[in-house]
Ligand binder design. Structure first.
Ligand SMILES: Cc1ncc(C[n+]2csc(CCOP(=O)(O)OP(=O)(O)O)c2C)c(N)n1
Ligand SMILES: [Mg+2]
Length: 569
């Protein structure tokens, strides 16, 4: 007979569980079995007194527990893991403070449209608002998280908890991916689960939804008739890369991506401008279009750095939510559906020979762009350097020595958003791990850790993971070096040290405020990482950077390369 989960529960565990007053086939097991069915084999979190009836089951279900050293890191680890594995991330926190610590990561997932499930225990049924001094007692934890996530559900039975997991995956597959929180009251978590095996099976995958054929035909006609078509590819387009590239080629349309869409059309492609919407040279291409196709992008203020996207011609948008169709940029036509379904529809409708003779046919049958994109890319490179030449030089030096398939995590540091976003040209989506709108300091290192966990699970296909980060940001999550060492990961952190919060110091100067609270004491960075059991290296001259970074990556394990930014001034 095939052994069951319960064959692995021995008498001692059964006795201990009975003494503790908990059932083993409890709500924790039902929820984790359901998650396992959806492919989740790794969870991020911190065990605590109240959430152990999740942790009990992880080994027997073959699920890896990554203990971060703060729950915010668990949220960002889950984000990095999800982006590299393609499976939604799961965080387990304890009640009260553990949950609250994870909420900045939840806010990020909401703002950046990323799937995330937070599981937490909560006070027992009937003890809501008791205010009696129980461990981790919080006034209203569900309301706190509900203010941040897509939905926060305090369930009352194991069956409701399992249903919440199914509903979360339905949201991730059919709607805009965003975080959810499932709170299971302690007594429910520990009691026998009222859920049969069939209910714990994953629900069938609803395929991506297509747009109305009439609207697709209208959009195709507009794009075919245009003489200056342009595509903006956002984070919602990352599953449509191949068809979006083919569509760009058929139209001879330059592609500008958002930072979350970076690499969806390979950045080595002749039609790819890059993730450069913050730069005027890229926006001129977009605003000069006579037909603009925006795929899965909100084009918010954080993407534009004060610039404006106001195209003169027709605007067609593709978005999974109709309510996003007019966001920030007005559209003439909104095609509602998943990009991975709608872009192929559009590609079919734009027949290969339908586009007029405005552009020649280049290598592989691809049409050339209607404007000189080499000149546009060159202008972008100049403009990227104008903001902060030192950061730009350092970023270009780093990008030049990274392996071409490196996964690059970053943070709310100049070296990321002014530097690597432009300097690194990437040929796949979800390889630039960042939070362009929420911009939480403390994202980069745990996101790199989550990505490295996912890469370690891909065997021969594993790609190198580097985190290129500022000194200020790294200090927000420095304890996660312990996690990286403990998980035996390969991850190289390049710490770009400009002596503090350079961006904020500049903001102060711009307002006539003297530098206050921004010039910061630095630790001995290499020694700090050595103390965690990693290996720290110092770059002493700009000319050494390449060798030191490459040695670190080749050595494997957990590495830090300390780059004093003065070397590039
Ligand atoms: C959680 C959080 N707190 C505060 C800020 C405000 N903030 C934005 S950038 C920045 C400085 C970051 O320093 P560093 O990573 O060294 O980058 P630098 O500006 O020096 O390039 C600060 C404090 C933030 N983005 N997130
Ligand atoms: Mg700094």
């Amino acid at each position: 007979m095939t052994p069951t989960y319960f064959d692995a529960v021995d008498a001692a565990e059964t006795e201990a569980a009975r003494a503790a007053g908990v059932a083993i086939d409890n709500a924790g097991l039902a929820v984790l079995q359901t998650l396992r069915g959806y492919g989740v084999d790794t969870v991020f979190g911190i065990p605590g007194t109240h959430n152990l009836e999740f942790y009990r089951h992880l080994p027997r279900l073959g699920m890896r527990a990554v203990t971060t050293r703060h729950e915010q890191g668990a949220g960002y680890g889950a984000d990095g893991w999800a982006q590299r594995s393609g499976i939604p991330g799961v965080v387990i926190t304890t009640s009260g403070p553990g949950l609250l610590n994870a909420l900045s990561a939840a806010g990020t997932a909401y703002c950046e449209s990323r799937p995330l499930i937070i599981l937490s225990p909560g006070v027992a049924l009937g003890a809501e608002f008791a205010d009696v001094g129980t461990l981790h007692e919080t006034k209203d934890a569900t309301a706190a998280s509900g203010a941040i996530v897509e939905w926060s559900r305090r369930v009352t039975t194991a069956a409701e908890a399992v249903q919440a997991v199914h509903d979360a995956f339905r949201l991730f597959r059919t709607g805009r991916p965003r975080p959810v929180h499932i709170e299971i009251p302690l007594d429910v978590l520990e009691s026998a689960a009222d859920v049969d095996a069939a209910a714990r099976e994953p629900h069938p995958h609803p395929g991506p939804s297509a747009a109305s054929g009439d609207l697709v035909a209208q959009a195709a006609a507009t794009l075919v008739a245009a003489s200056r078509p342009v595509i903006v590819a956002g984070g919602g387009s990352t599953r449509a890369g191949a068809s979006l590239t083919a569509l760009a080629e058929r139209l001879g349309a330059p592609v500008v991506s958002t930072v979350n869409g970076k690499g969806v059309v390979p950045e080595s492609h002749p039609l790819a401008v890059g993730a450069e919407l913050r730069l005027a040279a890229a926006r001129e291409v977009v605003n000069g279009s006579d037909a603009l196709l925006i795929v899965g992008a909100k084009i918010g203020e954080a993407e534009l750095w004060g610039g404006v996207v106001a195209p003169q011609g027709t605007v067609v948008r593709i978005d999974v939510l109709a309510s996003q169709g007019q966001k920030n940029v007005a559209a003439d036509l909104v095609l509602t559906g998943h990009a991975e379904a709608v872009v192929p529809q559009l590609l079919d409708a734009v027949a290969a020979d339908a586009v007029g003779s405005r552009a020649g046919v280049g290598a592989g049958g691809a049409r050339q762009a209607w404007t000189d994109l080499d000149a546009v890319r060159a202008s972008c490179a100049v403009q990227a350097g104008e903001f902060d030449p030192v950061t730009d030089r350092a970023a270009r030096a780093i990008a030049a020595v990274l392996p071409p398939n490196a996964v690059i995590a970053g943070d709310s540091s100049r070296i990321t958003y002014l530097g690597m976003a432009s300097a690194a040209r990437q040929d796949e989506p979800h390889a630039f791990l960042y939070t362009p709108a929420y911009a939480t300091l403390g994202y980069g290192l745990p996101a790199a850790i989550g990505a490295a966990v996912a890469e370690s699970q891909r065997g021969d296909e594993a790609q190198p993971v580097v985190c290129v980060i500022g000194d200020g940001a790294l200090m927000f999550a420095v304890q996660e070096f312990a996690t990286a060492v403990e998980q035996r990961l390969d991850v190289t952190v390049i710490c770009c040290d400009n002596g503090g919060y350079a961006e904020i110091e500049q903001n102060e100067v711009d307002r006539g405020i003297p530098p206050i609270g921004v010039q910061l004491a630095q630790p001995d960075w290499p020694a700090l990482v050595d103390a965690f059991g990693g290996r720290g290296r110092r770059v002493a001259a700009a000319t050494e950077l390449g060798d030191v970074v490459q040695q670190a990556i080749a050595a494997g394990g957990v590495n830090l390369v300390h780059v004093p930014m003065g070397l590039f001034s």
